[in-house]
Write a protein that binds this ligand. Structure first.
Ligand SMILES: Nc1ncnc2c1ncn2[C@@H]1O[C@H](COP(=O)(O)OP(=O)(O)O)[C@@H](O)[C@H]1O
Ligand SMILES: [Mg+2]
Length: 239
């Protein structure tokens, strides 16, 4: 099986060297847990260290905010963008709450994403975050269907994909905002912030004998650094 190394120091050894090629992985965590940093580092390191072009789709903040947010790191995103090794795209489904119109918008956005993937021959894709889907689709059944469709359509791009999901509070038994996202993906990674400690847990990853332990990580000037040798006991995480 071909694996796609995230390039996040210490993480790949938790998952036998990387994410199975073409898989989709949900990265869940509370606000400030490090989801956006994890996702951006995956795209950045892919472009920089593995020569994989990547597309970063943000549903959360303006284009300015995401680059501004990443300025605290020693990452030269601009040069890689200029070389078409990475692109950032802001997705917006607009103001509609009408399910049919949302569906139409999703189709349009999927077409744009596919076009952008083809344009730079992207191998890596990020959707940050799928929690925003809940803004447009509140009914659980319809939302689950929409997310399922969306993730499957993204699979057709052939990209190895990271989706982020905001978990309200710090419930260690929850991996996503709506409780449906984890069922439509091939892998789930949870990030925890129990000040001052950060930890990471691979909940599932298809086709992978992944670490079953909770590991400590830090956010430093180069981004996330997992300490694969440091295991955390569940009891140390907030209930
Ligand atoms: N240069 C840095 N050094 C250390 N920690 C940082 C740095 N930049 C951001 N952080 C930490 O990362 C958090 C934001 O992480 P982010 O990935 O945006 O969270 P989210 O899970 O909400 O997407 C900040 O609240 C801060 O604690
Ligand atoms: Mg974020």
């Amino acid at each position: 099986m071909n694996r796609v190394p995230t390039g996040i120091p210490g993480f790949d050894e938790l998952v036998q060297g990387g994410i199975p090629e073409g898989a989709s992985v949900l990265v869940g965590g509370g606000p400030g847990a490090g989801k956006t940093i994890f996702a951006m580092q995956y795209i950045y390191e892919g472009a920089r260290s593995y020569n994989d072009p990547g597309l970063y789709v943000t549903l959360e903040t303006g284009l300015k905010d995401i680059t501004w947010n990443m300025q605290s790191f020693a990452w030269d995103i601009k040069t890689l963008q200029d070389k078409n090794m990475m692109k950032i795209y802001r997705l917006n489904f607009g103001n509609t709450r009408n399910p049919e119109q949302v569906q139409e918008q999703v189709e349009k956005e999927l077409a744009i994403i596919t076009k952008m993937v083809d344009a730079i021959d992207a191998k890596r894709l990020v959707i940050d975050s799928v929690t925003s889907f809940g803004v447009w689709m509140s009914e659980q059944g319809a939302l689950r269907h929409l997310l399922f469709e969306f993730v499957n359509r993204l699979k057709e791009t052939g990209c190895t994909t990271i989706l982020t999901s905001e978990i309200p509070g710090e419930d260690r038994n929850k991996f996503s905002a709506f409780g449906v996202e984890e069922f439509v993906v091939d892998g789930v990674v949870a990030l925890y912030f129990t000040p001052p400690n950060r930890s990471i847990f691979v909940r599932k990853l298809r086709g992978t004998n992944h670490s079953k332990a909770v590991h400590a990580f830090d956010i430093v000037e180069n981004g996330i650094e997992v300490r694969p040798k440091d295991e955390i006991l569940w009891g140390a995480l907030r209930q």
